[in-house]
Write a new protein. Structure first.
Length: 275
């Protein structure tokens, strides 16, 4: 329920949050009027929480040309998720671009463009934010050039944005550890920094370029605290939501129980100090 998401975010000291409109692994969805949206929006207003973002389910794969039924499901379900995002009151739906499953990046990109052209319209109250990907398997979006090619192909590029995932960018081979400014300049060259509408702030368990997409807690991975802190506080992105997707950890007093790291990580990223 959306109300529960707002309460959980507030319990961490957050001033924004990300949610799914249902389970990210399947198409089962509660009716929109069951999600307690008015109560959620009222609580957000009372606590001066202005923005939140929605993430599309992982099963959407617009890049699949091998199985037409998979592509068709992706288009139909993405259209419904756009409508649900609007009804919940967000203007941004994050989307994994998709995987070409062996057909090749060019075929995958053409298919993504076709699918986006089927769901994007003018005017639109919701933008789709294509997520930067780590390059696992046959993922599209592992390079800024691939995302730029999608922008170049769609009818309504004004309704596209980018979700910049720090773990994914690192795992794709970009050096955000030693040269975060240089990486952002590369992004600016191909797409434009103003297109970044949300950040996923995650450390990585992998070496740069590993193409594995394994998130680590802030300061405990191969990226480290300082580069992530710099990105969070970068002056070129005022008001852009920063979302943590870091792993839960075992309760030291009850190893069978998992605890969220977000309250501590949010405090560290605000103050610049870790425990």
């Amino acid at each position: 329920m959306m109300l529960g998401s707002v309460k959980e975010a507030l319990s961490y000291g957050a001033n924004t949050f990300m949610l799914y409109t249902g389970a990210p692994q399947n198409t089962r969805r509660k009716a929109i009027d069951e999600l307690r949206i008015p109560e959620a929006r009222q609580l957000m207003s009372a606590r001066h929480m202005e923005r939140f973002v929605v993430h599309a389910p992982y099963i959407i794969n617009l890049a699949n040309t091998v199985k037409p039924e998979t592509y068709q499901l992706a288009v139909e379900f993405l259209a419904r998720e756009l409508e649900r995002t609007k009804q919940m009151g967000s203007d941004l739906l994050i989307l994994h671009p998709g995987a070409h499953v062996g057909a090749g990046p060019k075929a995958g990109i053409r298919s993504i463009i076709q699918g986006l052209n089927e769901v994007l319209s003018e005017p639109s109250e919701v933008c789709i934010a294509l997520e930067t990907m780590a390059g696992k398997g046959s993922e599209i979006g592992r390079s800024f050039e691939e995302l730029a090619a999608i922008y170049d192909g769609v009818k309504y590029p004004a309704h596209l944005r980018v979700c910049f995932d720090t773990c994914h960018v690192h795992d794709a081979g970009y050096d955000i550890v030693n040269d975060p400014e240089g990486v952002l300049e590369q992004f600016d060259h191909y797409i434009g920094k103003e297109q970044i509408a949300v950040f996923h702030i995650n450390d990585s368990k992998n070496e740069r370029g590993a193409a594995k997409d394994r998130h680590a807690n802030i300061g405990e991975g191969r990226i480290g605290f300082t580069p992530l802190y710099r990105i969070v506080h970068h002056p070129d992105f005022p008001g852009v939501p920063r979302i943590l997707e870091t792993p839960w950890y075992p309760d030291p007093h009850n190893p069978g129980k998992m605890l969220p790291p977000y309250r501590e990580e949010i405090a560290w990223l605000r103050t610049g100090r870790t425990c």
